[in-house]
Design a protein around this ligand. Structure first.
Ligand SMILES: [Mg+2]
Length: 225
């Protein structure tokens, strides 16, 4: 079961996503979602998929301006939003919504790389190409929530921007090493570092650096052999 839950630990980390057998089940309260899509049939599909997976759809909209209004009004845990919409496109809306620190999953009928990189710059945490299946949408949501959790944890740890960039680079390298050495998924690699940091009372940057120092050299030796 794919279990999406709020967790009391660690402080600053809002959402914990645990993998179990297949469906999304909230452990405590349902995750609140806003869905914004100008094509009514697709919007209904998204809403049905989310409700089937036990999310609470708190509001629906049909253009980018509405997306920003609904985000401000409802402060949802997640926004699922189309890119191509009237008034304001989904990427421009995601840029505004990023300021509210709400994770966004973008729906796109296009797989053009310029749109995708604009979406990444806008702070969109994941995207899904239409036509989507529940098996596409739900993992994208899981990724968006996990990345959001990671960003939130990092932000609470580091206030300074240059430290943050440096830590981000260390974290990315350390996660890559853990993913290849320990066969972990990206969210699990992050959680491994986060847990080691809490257990040993070290910063996540210190743990990441230790991972790189102790495992990274071996990894590159093996790559070269
Ligand atoms: Mg559209």
């Amino acid at each position: 079961m794919l279990r999406v839950c709020r967790s009391a630990i660690p402080a600053g980390s809002l959402i914990v996503v645990e993998k179990e057998l297949g469906k999304v089940v909230p452990m405590q309260e349902k995750l609140r979602v806003v869905v914004v899509e100008d094509e009514a049939l697709i919007r209904m599909d998204v809403v049905a998929t989310l409700e089937e997976a036990d999310f609470e759809v708190v509001a629906q909209g049909a253009d980018g301006e509405e997306a920003i209004e609904l985000a401000n009004e409802h402060k949802p845990d997640l926004i699922v939003m189309d890119i191509k919409m009237p008034k304001l496109d989904g990427i421009s809306a995601a840029e505004k919504i990023a300021e509210l620190k709400i994770p966004v999953v973008l729906l796109t009928a296009f797989s053009q790389s310029d749109l995708v990189s604009r979406a990444a710059d806008a702070g969109a945490m994941a995207y899904v190409t239409k036509p989507f299946k529940p098996t596409d949408l739900l993992p994208a949501i899981q990724i968006a929530l996990a990345r959001h959790e990671e960003l939130t944890a990092l932000e609470s740890e580091i206030a300074d921007l240059s430290d943050r960039l440096e830590t981000r680079k260390l974290m990315d390298r350390a996660k890559g090493i853990l993913m290849s050495k320990m066969k972990l998924s990206e969210p699990d690699a992050f959680r491994w570092i986060q847990k080691a940091s809490m257990d040993r009372r070290l910063s996540m940057a210190q743990v990441a650096k230790a991972v790189i120092d102790q495992l990274g050299q071996k990894a590159s030796d093996e790559d070269n052999s």
